[in-house]
Design a protein around this ligand. Structure first.
Ligand code: FMN
Length: 165
């Protein structure tokens, strides 16, 4: 896909087929995350790939639709490695992952909080210094939602100084 097509086609997908995702595709999206920029190149991130159905169900919490996808990826930020920037960095890496998935025809949906941070950490044996920043199901979409509205550029951009159109 052309880069702009990837950007335009990405959607939050909340309905998935139970078709398995080949390991090769999982590795491709993780590789896209690995190549992301980070402050001082500290790469303060970790990704937990969950394929076990019972665990996916637990991670999804009340958003049970997310457990239908055969893979759930949990993005962690390491506050010890980069206290000021780890959340920014994880966000960038996670979006790389999401866009790479779109390019492969796979669906994702950013999820900020499915359960309390401490609960997810206990479920996945995550060390104390790592924070859960984002989760996404990864799978073959079973819906094609249209684009959601976005603010027009003039509302979100100033030229030369704030408020100048
Ligand atoms: C940080 C973050 C957290 C989100 N959390 C959830 C969530 O918990 N559940 C959900 O269904 N969607 C979640 N979303 C998806 C947004 O609702 C979605 O991106 C937005 O409505 C725009 O739709 P689109 O992604 O299809 O363009 C989240 C998105 C972001 C960036």
């Amino acid at each position: 896909m052309e880069f702009n097509e990837v950007i335009e086609k990405r959607r939050s997908i909340r309905k998935y087929k139970d078709t398995p995702v080949p390991r090769e595709y999982i590795l491709k999206v993780l590789e896209a995350a690995r190549l992301a920029p980070s402050a001082a190149n500290r790469q303060p991130w970790h990704f937990v790939v969950v394929q076990d159905a019972e665990m996916r169900g637990k991670l999804a919490g009340r958003q049970s639709w997310a457990a239908k996808a055969p893979v759930m990826i949990v993005g962690l930020a390491d506050a010890d490695a980069s206290p000021g920037w780890c959340h920014n960095d994880l966000g960038i890496a996670f979006e790389h992952l999401v866009l790479a998935a779109t390019d492969l025809g796979l669906g994702t949906c950013w999820m900020g909080q499915t359960r309390r941070d401490a609960e997810i950490k206990e479920l996945l044996c995550i060390p104390e210094t790592l924070g859960v920043v984002a989760l996404t199901p990864l799978g073959v979409p079973d819906e094609s939602p249209g684009p959601k509205a976005r603010k027009p550029l003039y509302q979100i951009v100033s030229w030369e100084e704030y408020g100048k159109n």
